[in-house]
Design a protein around this ligand. Structure first.
Ligand SMILES: [Zn+2]
Ligand SMILES: [Zn+2]
Length: 279
């Protein structure tokens, strides 16, 4: 069906309508070979609460945005290349029904459809587009995906120390590696996650330890092969506002992070040797 629509006037008209709805806040979407496969409203789980978003499935990208005026005006456009996408069905859980995860290397999140039929249709169409794309390009599906952020409301206390209670002053932070909601002291380290950003990002102490160990075990060449360009790096509504400030104050160079890691690993090894001697 997609192939039949490629050069059709109806397809061109529909794509230009989507462009018009985003106006100057969006990117040009008309590209040779691109087909608008479907569109609809899905509820996207954001940091604070689930929000309705207009989604457009093209044969090569998934586009979504905030609804300003239904069917007329959208903004905050996000574009996700489908080649990077992996879907994961979610079990129904109370009010949250007909959901699935949209996972990419740089960002992952949950969406919910109104009915189970809609869910099945969305998932089948997206998966079909991904399959066709990968088959045409001969590329492999992306193996590593960004963590899905735990919504703020699901954590009253820090998920790492299990002690620190969140308040207006004691703010929630998200580990960029595992998505857990953690307190400041339990996420005072930064680590370079090349799929998500060129700058070191906030990680929890667990992930920091794990990543440091992994890095020590992998040689540096294996690590460099991870570097991928992230196409959807905006995600403004999902970011820790105060992280922006922290990041600029603490934007370590890669070398500094490496040095810190080596010192940390040495410390860990020494502690282990000491423990062995004492016990
Ligand atoms: Zn904590
Ligand atoms: Zn973590």
């Amino acid at each position: 069906m997609v192939d039949r629509l490629v050069n059709s006037e109806a397809n061109a008209r529909r794509i230009s309508m989507v462009e018009n709805c985003f106006g100057s806040s969006g990117q040009p979407l008309a590209v040779p070979g691109r087909v608008l496969v479907g569109e609809g409203v899905l509820t996207k789980v954001c940091r604070k609460r689930p929000k309705p978003r207009q989604f457009f499935l093209f044969n090569d990208i998934l586009v979504y945005g905030n609804i300003v005026i239904n069917k007329k005006k959208y903004n905050k456009q996000h574009i996700i290349p489908l080649e990077e996408v992996k879907l994961e069905s979610l079990e129904d859980d109370g009010q949250l029904r007909n959901g699935w995860l949209i996972r990419t290397a740089s960002k992952s999140f949950a969406v919910y459809a109104a009915t189970s039929t809609e869910k099945q249709e969305w998932m089948a169409h997206i998966n079909k587009c991904i399959e066709d794309l990968l088959r045409k390009s001969g590329k492999k599906a992306v193996a590593e995906h960004a963590a899905v952020w735990v919504p703020d409301s699901e954590a009253a206390v820090c998920m790492h120390c299990k002690k620190n209670q969140f308040t207006v002053l004691n703010r929630r932070h998200h580990c960029r590696k595992c998505g857990a909601v953690v307190c400041g002291p339990c996420s005072n380290k930064r680590y370079l996650l090349p799929n998500q950003s060129s700058k070191p990002l906030r990680v929890c102490l667990n992930c920091y330890d794990e990543l440091s160990l992994q890095k020590m075990m992998n040689n540096s060449t294996a690590y460099k092969s991870d570097q991928m360009v992230s196409a959807d790096s905006s995600g403004e509504e999902d970011s820790d506002e105060d992280d922006e400030n922290n990041r600029s104050q603490q934007s370590f160079s890669e070398a500094t992070v490496e040095q810190v890691n080596i010192v940390y690993i040495l410390k860990t090894i020494l502690t282990n040797i000491y423990n062995d001697l004492v016990s």
